[in-house]
Design a protein around this ligand. Structure first.
Ligand code: HEM
Length: 507
């Protein structure tokens, strides 16, 4: 048979298969209203458009169906649909058991883990508990190292003199965050090794972009194409070249001197080795998990901090009050984890920026494992992906006064009293989980790295505010708009900010 005929039959089979899956899920989802096209072709067109306007689709669904559920065509799910709940139904998603709604299985589908990863970290997820417990508990003890790395990285990345110097913010923050995070995860000297850092920085892109491409194929072709296009085994081998000998030495020390050997570092390699089930205590497994922690942390943290820097440069009126707060806290407490939590104005500023900018239009994404009955009686069938609308929540005037207006100290002002009480402060913090603020998700899978991430971001911002003046090109007063892709938001990678060394550094 000629190649042309094979391709034609292949395409025909692909369309029939997609049509079959689409129709069968459309029938199962018939009680749920649709935003976008409902027919096979019109839904396909909506799904393509939605690559760039999914946040607007979610906004439309939120407005039309408050405290309810809607579905919309989507390119990157097996079913071709995405189910979104709004308002108080978010609680159903938060409360569901992992046997009903699974975050991990959704991620497995999103990143096409079965076809793209060579080590299965999805089954045994002790590295997630490592973040939740060991990282959160121990990063305070490592804060001096973290601050040392912020300073050292600033010297290398920002060679700033008395004149205004321009930097591509997002790229700079990726390198800065990668170094600082890896100081805590794997320590010196690896956290300064350029190749090790670049491989970890690229790992996320090497997962998400090819996985998005793979979603365009039928399931039976995905294993084959996945194996052909995946870069992850290569990236992981590259990381292992640097990290492997460090882990090997740790295992040797343990064998020689016992599990509590003197000088055992307080870092993620230790935390992982201490908690790994015996069958996972291999160099390759630990390397893979450190890489996955980097995937979860570098780009999220650098996107969030880039957004904040753009807003700081655009809203110059906040710089002096923020500096005053930082300098007062540091002068009395020094650079510690605790001092970061006392920077309430800085926390509010960071939170407010990410209310408006954030990382995406929805949150609490889960895979439905068994038919799931929402509290309004609607049943969402097994196999669907379900999420909570978050972008419209952050812009809802019933929740936030003048939601379109940037108010940097919105979360540092008391609702009713002159001075904010501690309890209100706690509920206003950026790390606090709240249906009205969904940057870190909610419930059992809410981001376990958020305490570390927010402290790290605040320490980097405090460093910037203490040491530099900053502004946007042409003294612009509006932050540069970012890009939407499939409902995810990221800062403009080309946008720059100008920095200049301060003449009157007071610390
Ligand atoms: C500002 C930076 C960050 C943002 C905005 C962020 C956001 C998120 C979100 C939205 C989720 C899913 C929550 C849900 O669906 O309920 C999540 C999960 C997760 N995050 Fe983060 N994250 C950040 C930083 C980090 C860091 C620094 C780490 C690790 C060092 C980390 C590790 C994880 C892990 C392991 C999960 C999966 C949790 C699970 O499977 O239960 N994140 N993150």
């Amino acid at each position: 048979m000629a190649l042309g005929s094979i391709l034609l039959y292949g395409l025909g089979a692909f369309i029939v298969y997609r049509w079959y899956v689409f129709q069968s899920f459309k029938a199962k989802l018939r009680d749920i209203p649709t935003i976008g096209g409902d027919g096979f072709l019109s839904a396909y067109i909506s799904a393509w458009k939605s690559i760039f306007n999914h946040h607007l689709v979610i906004q439309e669904g939120y407005t039309k169906y408050p405290n309810a559920v809607f579905k919309t065509p989507y390119m990157f799910t097996r079913t071709g649909w995405r189910v979104i709940v709004t308002g108080k139904l978010a609680e159903d998603i938060r409360k569901a058991s992992p046997q009903e709604l699974s975050f991990r299985l959704l991620i497995r589908e999103v990143i096409q883990a079965d076809h793209m990863l060579d080590v299965n970290t999805m089954g045994t997820t002790y590295h997630i508990d490592t973040v939740r417990v060991a990282l959160t508990r121990n990063y305070g003890a490592r804060f001096a190292d973290l601050v040392d790395e912020i300073n050292a990285a600033a010297d290398d990345l920002l060679q700033i003199g008395d004149d205004w110097t321009s930097f591509p913010v997002h790229e700079t923050m990726i390198h800065w965050v990668a170094r600082v995070s890896n100081r805590v995860l794997v320590g010196l000297p690896l956290c300064r090794n350029p190749e090790y850092l670049r491989l970890n920085e690229k790992a996320a892109l090497n997962i998400f972009l090819p996985a998005s491409f793979l979603h365009l194929f039928t399931e039976f072709l995905q294993p084959l194409i996945g194996k052909l296009i995946t870069q992850i085994p290569k990236t992981s081998r590259g990381i292992q070249k640097h990290l492997g000998p460090v882990i090997e030495q740790r295992l040797l020390n343990e064998k020689k001197y016992g599990s509590q050997w003197e000088g055992k570092p307080n870092d993620a390699i230790t935390w992982l080795l201490d908690s790994a089930p015996s069958e996972h205590r291999s160099i390759q497994d630990i390397v893979h998990r450190i890489m996955m922690l980097n995937v979860a942390s570098i780009h999220t943290t650098s996107m969030v901090s880039s957004n904040i820097i753009f807003y700081l440069a655009a809203h110059q009126e906040y710089i002096e009050p923020l500096r005053a707060e930082i300098e007062e806290v540091i002068a009395t407490e020094g650079w510690t984890k605790e001092s970061m939590s006392k920077m309430h104005k800085l926390d509010s500023f960071a939170k407010e920026v990410n209310r408006l900018a954030g990382i995406g239009a929805s949150s609490l994404g889960r895979m439905v494992l068994k038919d799931f009955r929402l509290s309004n009686g609607v049943v969402v069938p097994a196999g669907c992906s379900i999420s909570v609308a978050s972008y419209p929540v952050h812009l809802n005037p019933d929740i936030y006064n003048n939601p379109e207006t940037f108010d940097g100290f919105r979360f540092a002002k008391s609702k009713d009293a002159e001075v904010m009480e501690d309890a209100e402060r706690l509920t206003n913090q950026m790390v606090t989980l709240d249906y009205n603020y969904l940057l870190f998700g909610h419930g059992r899978n809410a981001c376990p790295g958020r305490f570390f991430a927010v402290s790290e971001i605040k320490a980097i911002l405090a460093h910037i505010l203490v040491n530099y003046d900053l502004k946007l090109p042409n003294d612009a007063t509006t932050p540069p708009p970012g890009n939407w892709f499939a409902g995810a938001y990221s800062p403009d990678s080309k946008a720059t900010v100008l920095f200049k060394k301060r003449v009157d550094i007071r610390l």
